[in-house]
Design a protein around this ligand. Structure first.
Ligand SMILES: C[S@@+](CC[C@H](N)C(=O)[O-])C[C@H]1O[C@@H](n2cnc3c(N)ncnc32)[C@H](O)[C@@H]1O
Length: 389
């Protein structure tokens, strides 16, 4: 692609992207197959920097470096400059996705833009979630915290062990999401539950956040089926003087919540355990739910849907379809129970494939009629996918 030739599709894409960004629908633009040989790709994401939304361009180079540029104005001109320097452009937004490809032989392929334009015209769409630009600079955990050493995440000098780097990034990122919803929680006496806590890396991190970072009064209950890990974590909590933390060895299905939960967290509860967590949380009226699902098996085993058989006959695509459908159904169900929901990326997908975080915030005045419709849609969608249960 050369800058001195004007391609109608690229020009249209520039206009669409500016509109998506200005209307707050833009999630991400991935620019691949760059003209510059030393680059791998660039990713454009709206970010909040010093209280203002800007477009951050991250350019990944072949020497393993990442270069950042923040666009604060002249969006169309900047898009144009970047778009003409790449052979593939993927745009993700809350009103649809589109893809532009330019082959080396000069053939253009442009898919999905029409739908986005239609939705923009109708004004349909949810505001995209915009992250604060604190990925690297403002990590909540630094590595040297005592509980991280005791849990074996860091060594005695406070350096995060190589094999624990991914876990460290996961819990740190999860804390950023906790931080993003902190203003939705009560000022005092916050009830927090970690369901399917396992070795409780996340529970200790969340405890640390509320106790030392936010200096709040709270009570935290962590539940898991495994007696040995619960005993270990319980002993560790009491050795560390983490008095507001209680560990219970139990099937969460059977657990009766004593206090109305303000925040329910869960990291990597396997398969339908995530559904049990979400049901337990929403049926007890949890104010906020943050849950990162783990493996998905249920739908993959049950799916029986002739119209989708062109996908389900390929096992890898069947899994991908079932993963996405499972989480989308979870969001739909939570929405039908009066929650405002979003699915977001936890960390870099290269770190773990179990990378979606479900965020659900209880609405103050949910629309009951809409909830009924969503319930109906949930039932019909499950029926469409798996037939009679
Ligand atoms: C993959 S581990 C994740 C543990 C921890 N949250 C973490 O991220 O390290 C899943 C945990 O869910 C627990 N679990 C699964 N089903 C459960 C249930 N019905 N009740 C309680 N715990 C359950 C398992 O015992 C296991 O410790």
């Amino acid at each position: 692609m050369r800058k001195n030739i004007v391609y109608e599709s690229v020009e249209t894409l520039c206009d669409v992207c500016v509109e998506l960004f200005e209307k707050k629908f833009l999630q991400k633009i991935v620019l691949s197959k760059p003209i510059m040989e030393d680059e791998i790709k660039s990713v454009i994401t709206p970010k909040i920097i010093s209280g203002t939304i800007v477009l951050q361009v991250e350019t990944f180079s072949k020497d393993n470096k990442v270069y950042h540029q923040n666009i604060r104005d002249n969006y169309r001109m900047e898009f144009r400059d970047l778009f003409y320097r790449h052979y593939q452009i993927n745009v993700m937004s809350t009103v649809g996705n589109c893809q532009y490809m330019f082959s080396k032989k000069g053939k253009e392929t442009f898919i999905g833009c029409h739908k986005i334009k239609e939705n923009l015209k109708k004004g349909i769409g949810e505001e995209a979630f915009v992250q604060k630009n604190n990925r690297t600079k403002n990590y909540i955990l630094l590595g040297g915290e005592d509980f991280l050493k005791k849990l074996g995440i860091s060594d005695d000098t406070g350096r995060v062990r190589d094999r624990m780097q991914s876990k460290f990034r996961q819990i740190n990122k999860f804390l950023e999401y906790v931080d993003s919803i902190a203003d939705k929680l009560p000022e005092d006496n916050i009830n927090i539950y970690d369901l399917c806590c396992g070795k409780s890396y996340l529970s200790f991190a969340v405890y640390h956040y509320f106790k030392f970072y936010k200096k709040k009064n709270f009570k935290m209950i962590c539940i898991d089926l495994k007696a040995d890990v619960i005993e270990y974590c319980s002993n560790l909590a009491s050795r560390m003087g983490f008095d507001e933390m209680e560990f219970i060895c139990m099937d969460i299905n059977e657990y009766e919540m004593v206090n109305k939960p303000d925040l329910v967290i869960s990291l990597h509860a396997c398969d339908i355990a995530t559904d049990i967590v979400l049901n337990k949380a929403s049926s007890n009226g949890a104010g906020v739910i943050l849950s990162t699902p783990c493996c998905h098996h249920e739908l993959n085993q049950k799916i029986k849907c002739a119209p989708l058989s062109f996908i389900t006959k390929h096992s890898m695509l069947r899994q991908k379809l079932c993963d996405a459908a499972t989480d989308a159904l979870r969001l739909l169900k939570l929405e039908s129970e009066g929650y405002e929901v979003a699915a977001m990326e936890l960390i870099d997908p290269e770190d773990t494939p179990k990378n979606i975080i479900i965020k659900a915030i209880k609405k103050e005045n949910p629309n009951l009629e809409r909830m009924d419709k969503l319930k109906e849609r949930y039932i019909l969608t499950r029926k469409f996918l798996i037939g009679e249960e």
